[in-house]
Design a protein around this ligand. Sequence first.
Ligand SMILES: Cc1cc2nc3c(=O)[nH]c(=O)nc-3n(C[C@H](O)[C@H](O)[C@H](O)COP(=O)(O)OP(=O)(O)OC[C@H]3O[C@@H](n4cnc5c(N)ncnc54)[C@H](O)[C@@H]3O)c2cc1C
Length: 516
Amino acid sequence: MGGGTAGWITASVVAAESLKRGDGAVEVVLIESPDIPIIGVGEGTWPSMRMTLQRIGLAEDELIRECSASFKQGTRFRAWSGLPGNPEYIHPFSLPLEYSDLNPAKYWLALGDDNRAGTSFADLVTPQARVIELGLAPKQAGAPQYAFTVNYGYHFDAAAFAGLLHRHAVGKLGVQYIAGNVEGIESDVNGDIAAVALDTGERVPGDLFVDCTGQKALLIGAHYGSPLASVKDVLFNDRAIAVQVPYAEPGDPIAPVTLSTALPHGWIWDIGLGSRRGVGYVHSSAHADEEKALEALKTYVAETSPGIDLAGLGFRTIPFEPGYRERFWIGNCVAVGLSAGFIEPLEASALVLIEQSAAIIGEQLPRDREIMDVVAGRFNDRMRYHWLRIVEFLKLHYAVSAREDSDYWKENRARETWPASLREKITLWQQQPPWHDDAPRLDELFPSASYQYVLYGMGFRPRYGATGEARDERMRERADEVFHGVRMKARQMARLLPTTRELVDGFCDSASLRAE
Ligand SMILES: Cc1cc2nc3c(=O)[nH]c(=O)nc-3n(C[C@H](O)[C@H](O)[C@H](O)COP(=O)(O)OP(=O)(O)OC[C@H]3O[C@@H](n4cnc5c(N)ncnc54)[C@H](O)[C@@H]3O)c2cc1C
């Protein structure tokens, strides 16, 4: 139920997995209200989206062409650290080189602030930092679809993406589409949902119902009453103002990362698509009134797009309650997308959770009702784990900031507002850098490397200096070799890679040539 990104991704993945199994027994039906629009934001993805699109058999050039998509290599954080001399840092998608058994933070810390000669942590450990600095694309023109030189996800037009998935799912994967408003829910004696009733008079029965009705959460919330566990006391942001900003010229450069600029009461996202930018101010309504927030966003747009006609832009306010469901799968109903929860878009972790949820449902689609309870129990455990980690990782961005220009930042920095797990980790990181133990699971959303990028990017320095290992000559030589390798690769990539704009335009040109 629901035709936003969550509904279409889940329907596509379940249908594609069923086709792959070749059992032909699964019928996927997507019901969408013709009256309730999709949320239409959610324009930054993770690299996992490449796997999801391949899984459902969607060509990359179709995505680039039809969704005005571009390539995202991570996030550039501006004004987050609050430390003099540290205006910005990058959280790239690529892991540090040889990260499986070399913890680069030990050696970076051992260098000491005076000896780094302006080299940031990201610069030292991955060539992607340089690629991003230069505005380059993550792969060469003509590289196979989805192949990469450095890891990437996408920036795209969310409404166009839902439309593309709709056409693909119905046209290629056999998903059936019904336009109608769900008005009634019919229950079985065991409490399962037997069918939903539409305002068209149609009754749609089913074995499994996926609630993708967005913030309405019609099945998991309104029907089953699974409470939303609020995290507002940890992550204060509960409102966004979004706007689409045209480029001054069609060939303007496209930023290879999401730009995230911290302000006194929140932060602004700035996402470069092929045809426009998507910009928005996420903030806390308890700390900033709406008028001031709108003014702050307008100032940002005016500064980054000199001469733009602000009156001609459509600013849209989107309130949200930051939190997640206590249970995501109840009986024969599972929530995916905004109905399952939402916490501010920092680090863009919503779509990746949708992808993971869809993958579990598609791969483990229960053959009978008994199995469903087991799959549901595991799904609930796994999603709960992910939400807890997301809360922890997002809060890290605020917790280690030195900003104290507003109550918003002071409260964010106050340890009482940190989750206990984060307090524990930050205490431990005073003597040892984050490592695999800090994010131990295979399906972890944020590897320990992500904690390192944010921590050292923000200027965190541990209470206790270099560990013994970093003084061990043999280990240091190996680290030096690896870091030298990073510099070599960065130079090579700088020579070979096109700009992001060139790659995006190349995709569109070759598609239009084929069409001719
Ligand atoms: C400000 C903001 C910024 C974001 N940025 C990012 C980002 O950069 N990256 C990221 O990963 N995520 C981001 N997200 C999250 C992302 O937008 C969502 O996770 C994603 O769009 C999925 O939405 P959805 O499909 O769950 O809901 P929606 O898009 O709201 O779709 C709900 C669907 O349910 C249907 N529906 C509702 N009621 C009924 C009914 N009675 N009968 C039938 N159908 C019904 C509607 O018609 C609609 O089709 C952001 C979210 C916000 C609020």
